[in-house]
Design a protein around this ligand. Structure first.
Ligand SMILES: Cc1cc2nc3c(=O)[nH]c(=O)nc-3n(C[C@H](O)[C@H](O)[C@H](O)COP(=O)(O)O)c2cc1C
Length: 500
């Protein structure tokens, strides 16, 4: 067989045809690219070159025998080595931001959730970043949300044949590709010019469910229209469904009107937010408002937040800036009776923070509860959703399995999702990471963020020793540290006694 010229090897330097020289032999590794455990990129970097030195850093040379049959093309002509492709150091080219005028890291560089926040911070106007990132008071509720996930450890099982894993999960009968969904976040127009529709496109393309906020920039109908268009484009193959987050309008007539609009539009369930009788103290927002007020020669007059704007202002067909006093502080458990009459689908209470209220929600016939402290934006030093779940397991375990239990707050890794599911959650909501991904990269960022979480999740399943989510059990986690800190009535009565 005639020796192969280096110039010929140099031509095969891409994904469609990838040749490399190893120990004087030429290999066609095109088919091997997708399965290389170290990723395709490192091979492509060496495509068309003599990769022997690079190869030896990672593998013994006889590993080449493991390449698929027919990969060896022959020997390279030693006199033509100078014709091989010249190796270049390649760095990921920076990408353009969603609005096109700022440089941010290439999307490929986002390999875990916190990367999206860094990119978003670089592109968002300061005011929008403050809106997305702000939390209540000193920020302790947010910090607890983030920290508590790392205070639980896994108890992995080994040798369980985890070759194939299935991470699908059903929410009220609607199966999603994943046990996580995109949490409702208001006023996405402040984050991306295409607002909620852009988020929806990313969700549909990846098959993730999404809960749409009452305080959206676009109307519920516009958002649903985008959903339907995108579904149609994909021949209705995406399992994604939209649910609706409901801020109870003060006026009952308007409250009912909104429910009818949402039902007619085709949302599959309502998540009634119950942790916002009034808006929490969003400290960074307040600082910004004070600065803005002073800049125009005024003292700060009134606080307002984008988060409660949108349809809640009750022009159902319009988005817009908020008017204070939109949230209803008057809602009680008794309201569930008329809500049930107006809404036949699933009802979830969003913002449950104690075992007592979880039990009440069950007794009042709710279909689901979302354990949440609103991403640490409402009550200062509120419990994390994880702590509330542990309370439920301790004080009213009988409700687990009787209604769907969701959690949100501080989930930044697919393995956090697994911990929640081990302890009995149906699925979890993820908020800010998707908002940041949207800010920096639009719907592609949303897709990437879903992929990142899904990859961490399935990797975690394999390392934990399970192949489907219904195999997850409480004994697969060690929650001792959090359990030691859990609220105990006996400790509290002790402290009351000691004061008497
Ligand atoms: C910028 C922003 C806006 C939000 N808007 C709403 C909203 O309109 N309605 C609502 O019920 N929750 C809202 N939330 C709370 C989220 O639904 C969710 O509970 C929280 O973001 C989860 O925490 P995480 O961001 O740490 O994932 C908002 C959260 C953020 C960060």
């Amino acid at each position: 067989m005639a020796a192969i010229d280096g110039a010929e090897v140099a031509k095969h330097d891409n994904r469609k045809s990838c040749w490399i020289v190893l120990d004087s032999k030429v290999y066609d590794v095109t088919k091997f690219l997708p399965t290389h455990p170290g990723g395709a990129a490192i091979i492509l970097k060496n495509a068309g070159t003599d990769a022997t030195e690079e190869f030896k850093k990672y593998h013994p040379l006889n590993y080449v025998h493991d390449l698929p049959e027919g990969s060896v093309l022959g020997s390279v002509n030693p006199d033509t080595l100078g014709n091989l492709r010249e190796k270049k150091e390649v760095n990921a080219a920076p990408a353009q931001s969603a609005d096109g005028d700022k440089e941010i890291p290439h999307l490929t560089m986002c390999v875990s959730c916190p990367d999206f926040e860094k990119a978003a911070k670089a592109v968002l106007p300061h005011k929008s970043y403050v809106y997305a990132s702000t939390s209540a008071n000193t920020g302790l509720s947010l910090k607890t949300n983030l920290d508590d996930w790392s205070r639980i450890n896994f108890r992995p099982r080994v040798m369980r044949n985890v070759g194939d894993v299935d991470s699908r999960r059903s929410i009220f009968g609607h199966t999603s590709q994943y046990p996580f969904y995109i949490s409702p976040m208001g006023t996405l127009g402040a984050i991306h010019p295409e607002a909620e529709p852009e988020m929806v496109r990313g969700a549909v393309r990846k098959g993730a469910h999404m809960v749409v906020s009452t305080a959206s920039t676009k109307t519920s109908d516009q958002i649903m229209q985008t959903f339907q268009d995108e579904q149609q484009r994909l021949n209705n193959k995406s399992p994604t469904r939209l649910f609706y987050q409901y801020y109870m309008p003060v006026d009952r007539k308007k409250a009912i009107e909104l429910m009818h609009i949402v039902k007619k539009a085709g949302y599959k369930g309502i998540w009634i937010t119950v942790d916002t009788p009034v808006l929490g103290k969003r400290t960074a927002d307040r600082v910004l408002q004070a600065e803005e007020a002073l800049a125009v020669g005024l003292a700060e007059e009134e606080t307002a937040s984008w988060e409660t704007g949108g349809e809640n202002a009750f022009a159902p067909a319009m988005g817009g800036r908020p008017v204070s006093g939109q949230l209803s502080p008057h809602t009680t458990w008794e309201d569930l009776a008329w809500i049930r009459k107006e809404w036949e689908g699933p009802i979830v209470l969003k913002g449950i923070q104690t075992a007592e209220d979880a039990k009440l929600a069950y007794e009042y016939g709710c279909d689901g509860i979302l354990l949440s402290n609103h991403g640490g934006r409402q009550l200062h030093t509120a419990p994390s959703a994880l702590m509330t779940l542990l309370e439920i397991r301790t004080y009213c375990p009988e409700i687990i399995g009787k209604l769907e239990i969701f959690l949100d707050g501080g989930l930044r890794d697919g393995s956090d999702v697994l911990k929640a599911l081990c302890l009995g959650a149906t699925a979890v909501g993820v908020g800010r990471p998707f908002m940041y991904a949207l800010a920096a990269y639009g719907s592609q960022g949303v897709e990437r963020c879903i992929d990142v979480l899904a990859d961490e999740l399935t990797l975690g399943m394999r390392l934990l020793g399970v192949t489907s989510l219904d195999q997850l059990k409480p004994e697969m986690v060690n929650a001792t540290r959090l359990l030691n800190e859990m609220w105990r009535p006996e400790n509290n009565s002790l402290s009351i006694k000691s004061r008497l």
